[in-house]
Write a protein that binds this ligand. Structure first.
Ligand code: B12
Length: 579
């Protein structure tokens, strides 16, 4: 049965294929959707390295070291595809995968290992360009990596990408001493940056990046060229992007083995161990951004890939799923989207595409992704009126086995204070009950310490979970991240300075850097407590909620990740009346 992806058979293109990937786009729109692109490993033969192409080394920093590495850096994979399509060659140093399993070493020991590995590989590979990227919580590790690069090959340009780059571009140029910062989605921008570096041209005017220019020895000028228009949805844009170039990353040996999403629902907060399940999984994304980005959810940085919400075509996504299942022997695919099941029409089209593939080729696979309670609840009610299965019922028929929700709180006051617009307690109840009926469980995360949080609002959240029989996945501490609305609020309230010095106050760049260096799991400690409750009480209340509800992260302290013995927190045992 021929399960070969349909779209990789590019239709004859009318326009000659441009030499460089970025030249294919104007204002985020592809000029000819039929130009060949890198998808399957077989399609690699269409993009041989050019003799004068650049040698690019991508370095992936360790993250969540207490757990098995289970998610390859998809973003690196995407921009690596573009580099290969432009005739450059790609090497990878994936330090997150190299650790293979949980690491219990002291952070300083891990730093020394990181620096030693970076130096060894730089000496061996002698790259022309170095690419690093990640989440802002990886700031301290990435700083060490860039420093090691400077020691070994100070003249080799270092390009930074990912949420860490987009959140504070010029700050990262100055403090991490990288040469170029690629903002938001990086495919088109990196292609143009590499073309400029290859030809020795200035980076002036290259949209989507910020860069530093030497003015005199040891002194730099920093320039931000502003954002590049986001790549448009579906055939006009995202479908013309390559699939991630997974080959250089250890997906066979590491990432497909260590479960993700539905397959590690039970072990995620223990150590994410594969526990010999023999079931393989891999990650993908179907969309970029979030329709609520920059207008709601003040704690979330969903705009980091671009403010507009954009979707790929179900056909292109299922083609990639077909390829991945075949290539890696997968049981499950986890969608990493900030919000996947957003547009109910698209969701139904996606499920239809999977059902058709099953009837045409027998292809089927389990998958999971993120939802929003109000969108699911609205479609449940809409479907009842239209007399059809709703998006989760269709999803389950088409292999959906996990629906993830960032619920955050069940207190209307807190939901308002964090601007979780559209999400009401009634819609949460309808969506979560339906999810549990269809999938057996709802993967819900909550956070504590938001503006307006009180013992009463926490009681409301715990009561809600009890009422709908919900075992939350995790309780996080509300933490301020750059480029979110809460970042400015934390600065205004003096919470960034307090997180470092213990005292409320203004935060200059040194304090901000110290705050970033101390970032890690969503709160090794209560960093930015936006409520009027004392920090200790926020810790106690979250511990009480976790124990009361049997949340997943019971083995590990909710924020340090350290293994814990169960202790009954002091504030509890009090009856409702005392609250
Ligand atoms: C996978 C993931 C994780 C994985 C990490 C995987 C890994 N390999 O590093 C895990 C589960 C460990 C994780 C943990 C956390 N995460 Co997380 N995570 C994600 C998630 C869901 C997907 C990331 C992804 O693959 N995106 C898709 C790809 C295509 O995007 P990308 O990687 O950014 O790449 C594009 C560009 O950024 C750029 N690019 C990226 N890298 C590079 C490198 C170069 C050289 C260049 C040129 C370009 C470039 O080009 C790429 C293609 O366009 C995002 C949400 C999302 N949908 O993106 C949140 C997200 C990145 N996480 C976030 C947060 C806050 C966390 C936590 C702090 C939350 C918590 N639970 O405590 C923890 C931190 C843990 C820790 N110890 O540090 C925030 C980060 C905000 C920020 N300012 O950076 C995000 C954006 C969620 C959100 N909307 O707020 N996370």
């Amino acid at each position: 049965m021929d399960a070969k992806p349909l779209t990789s058979r590019a239709l004859p293109s009318t326009l000659g294929t441009p030499k460089h990937f970025y030249q294919r786009f104007a204002d985020g729109q592809v000029l000819d959707p039929n130009w060949p692109r890198l998808t399957t490993e077989e399609s690699l033969k269409d993009f041989p390295p050019r003799p004068h192409g650049l040698k690019i080394l991508f370095i992936n920093a360790p993250i969540r070291e207490w757990s098995y590495p289970n998610i390859m850096p998809l973003g690196h994979g995407y921009v690596a595809s573009v580099a290969v399509m432009d005739g450059h060659s790609v090497q990878v140093l994936d330090l997150n995968a190299e650790r293979k399993g949980p690491v219990k070493d002291e952070p300083e020991a891990i730093n020394r290992w990181v620096e030693r590995r970076v130096k060894e590989v730089l000496v061996r590979e002698k790259p022309d360009v170095i690419g690093v990227g990640g989440i802002v919580t990886q700031y301290s590790r990435i700083k060490r990596i860039v420093r090691a690069c400077r020691e070994i090959c100070p003249e080799v340009p270092v390009i930074l990408g990912g949420g860490i780059a987009s959140s504070l571009p010029v700050f990262m140029l100055q403090r991490l001493e990288v040469d170029v910062v690629v903002q938001e989605e990086g495919e088109v921008t990196l292609s143009e940056v590499l073309h400029r570096l290859e030809t020795g041209a200035s980076l002036e005017g290259v949209k989507g990046c910020a860069y530093r220019r030497p003015v005199r020895p040891g002194e730099w000028e920093f320039r931000d060229n502003g954002l590049r228009p986001s790549v448009k949805s579906r055939a006009l844009g995202l479908d013309a992007l390559p699939w991630p170039h997974r080959l250089p990353w250890p997906v066979d040996e590491v990432y497909r083995i260590n479960p993700v999403g539905h397959l590690n629902w039970k072990t995620k907060w223990v150590d994410g161990s594969p526990a010999g399940s023999g079931q393989y999984s891999e990650s993908m994304i179907a969309s970029r951004g979030c329709p609520y980005a920059a207008v709601a959810c003040d704690y979330c940085y969903a705009a980091y890939l671009g403010k507009q919400y954009r979707l790929r075509s179900p056909r292109d996504i299922v083609d990639e799923m077909v390829f991945l299942k075949e290539r890696y022997g997968l049981t499950y695919i986890h969608f990493l989207d900030d919000l996947m099941m957003t547009d109910y029409r698209w969701a139904l089209e996606f499920c239809d595409e999977l059902r058709q593939r099953k009837s045409q080729t027998g292809f089927e696979i389990q998958w999971g992704g993120t939802c929003r309670t109000n969108i699911v609840a609205d479609d449940i009610l809409r479907a009842r009126k239209e007399g059809r299965p709703h998006m989760l019922e269709r999803g389950y028929e088409a292999g959906m086995r996990q629906a993830g929700y960032g619920v955050e709180s069940a207190s209307p006051a807190v939901l308002k204070a964090i601007d979780k617009s559209g999400q009401t307690v009634e819609k949460m109840e309808l969506a979560i009950r339906e999810t549990q009926r269809i999938m057996g469980y709802a993967d819900c995360s909550f956070m504590i310490g938001s503006p307006g949080e009180t013992r009463q609002t926490m009681q409301e959240t715990v009561d809600f979970c009890r009422r709908v029989g919900l075992k939350p996945e995790v309780f996080f501490f509300t933490t301020a991240y750059p480029a979110t609305t809460f970042w400015q609020l934390a600065l205004d309230k003096g919470l960034i300075a307090k997180a470092v010095t213990g005292r409320l106050g203004p935060a200059n760049e040194d304090l901000i850097e110290e705050y970033l260096i101390r970032l890690g799991e969503q709160g090794e400690s209560v960093r930015t407590n936006f409520s009027d409750l004392p920090d200790e009480e926020v810790v106690d209340l979250s511990w009480w909620a976790i124990n009361e509800l049997g949340a997943q992260n019971t083995v590990r302290h909710p924020h340090t990740g350290e293994e814990q013995v169960m202790v009954k927190p002091s504030v509890r045992g009090a009856s409702r009346a005392d609250l």
